[in-house]
Design a protein around this ligand. Structure first.
Ligand SMILES: [Zn+2]
Length: 170
């Protein structure tokens, strides 16, 4: 829970390394291998005992900034070997914020940016449907009648003031 609240730029994960040649199958060698993906902390029991050789599992601290490789090359004595990596316990990562804890598609900042874009687009192209509604409203209310009457009344009053005879006759 803490990780999702804080801006987690590093997390601990299990990295499973496949096709590790035997010359790397010790603490130093596996540390060297694991350094390709992050900071190695410790290896699991079976790896340490060497009783499971199908893959080596190492706990590594990985950075949100690193593009975790799915494979990388390792120099062996006679040739290059390609080590494959699988990650276990890797939390969702946001490429926008470059933090762990939430997925890029669920990023609030990305959503806000998308909404701001939508707002700009709407301002550039106002919805024509809105103008139609306004026109209909004017016709229904039939506004011109009332102001015209008031104007006429005011005019007649002004006229009346200027010409007392005409005002009295009304
Ligand atoms: Zn984000």
């Amino acid at each position: 829970m803490k990780l999702s609240k804080e801006k987690a730029t590093t997390v601990l994960v299990w990295a499973k390394f496949f096709n590790v040649s035997f010359e790397y199958w010790d603490s130093d060698g596996l540390s060297q291998i694991a350094s390709a993906v992050g900071t190695p902390l410790f290896m699991d029991q079976l790896t340490e005992q060497g009783s499971r050789v199908s893959f080596a599992r190492v706990c590594v601290e990985v950075e949100a900034t690193s593009n975790l490789p799915s494979m990388f090359r390792v120099n062996c004595e006679d040739a290059e070997a390609v080590v494959k990596v699988e990650y276990q316990g890797l939390p969702p990562k946001c490429d926008h914020c470059v933090v762990f804890g939430h997925d890029t598609t669920k990023c609030v900042k990305t959503q806000v940016a998308a909404l701001l874009n939508l707002q700009k687009q709407t301002e550039d192209n106002p919805d024509p449907g809105w103008e139609t509604v306004k026109a209909k409203g004017k016709r229904k209310v039939d506004v011109p009648e009332t102001p015209t009457t008031t104007d006429n009344h005011a005019t007649s009053k002004e006229v009346g003031l200027q010409e007392p005879d005409a005002g009295q006759s009304q």
